[in-house]
Ligand binder design. Structure first.
Ligand code: FES
Length: 195
């Protein structure tokens, strides 16, 4: 009969570090919907974790894939992209472009050994402050369970070797979707967008 060696407990500082992990999440939000939803959540005092740092874009379609990679390279544990619901984009179909970029980026991250859940896409209208707060809470808990990313800070490892343009074309690029309206603005939101 063999006796198993007892497993030594983790040193207290390691255990404390594990419980103290607070993920840093960069949230790219659309000016017309999710940024306003976050504003609404704040006005209504709807609580969500302070782990997310919001960056406002005019539209989720403005999200350049390198923004996401740079966020990870600069120390983010996760990135959340948020925009208007499909069909509700103020610039016609640009959020479909964001969706395709999201799918491409998830594949790219996995090829770099990074869990796909570290990149999240959330649709939220300007009226959905509670929903956005709930999604931020969900994303924070998921990333907390994954643990720190520990990508060498400031070093865009492997990024120079990625051919994002080729990968982007492989996902369909800009093909598909309805033709843009005159001026590139969704007629349902033309007056609002002009403000
Ligand atoms: S996703 Fe909100 S304007 Fe395009």
């Amino acid at each position: 009969m063999t006796s198993q060696a007892p497993v030594a407990p983790a040193p207290p500082e390691v255990a404390a570090q594990a419980t103290a992990f607070e993920p840093v999440i960069i949230g790219f939000t659309c000016n017309w919907c999710s940024y306003r939803a976050a504003d609404l959540a704040g006005t209504a005092r709807t609580k969500y974790p302070p782990n997310v740092r919001l960056i406002r874009l005019m539209c989720s379609g403005r999200l350049d894939p390198t923004f996401v990679l740079k966020a990870f390279s600069d120390g983010a544990d996760a990135v959340m992209v948020s925009g208007c619901h499909p069909g509700e984009c103020h610039y016609i179909e640009q959020n479909y472009k964001a969706l395709r970029r999201f799918q491409l980026l998830r594949r790219t991250l996995e090829s770099l050994g990074i869990e796909a859940q570290r990149l999240q896409l959330v649709w939220a209208s300007a009226a959905e402050g509670v929903r956005l707060a709930g999604e931020i809470t969900r994303v924070t808990e998921e990333v907390r369970a994954l643990g720190p990313l520990n990508w060498p800070t400031g070093d865009m490892v492997g990024i120079d070797d990625l051919d994002l343009d080729a990968a982007w074309q492989a996902t369909g690029g800009d093909a598909g979707g309805p033709p843009p309206a005159p001026g590139g603005v969704n007629p349902d939101h033309a007056a609002e967008t002009a403000q």
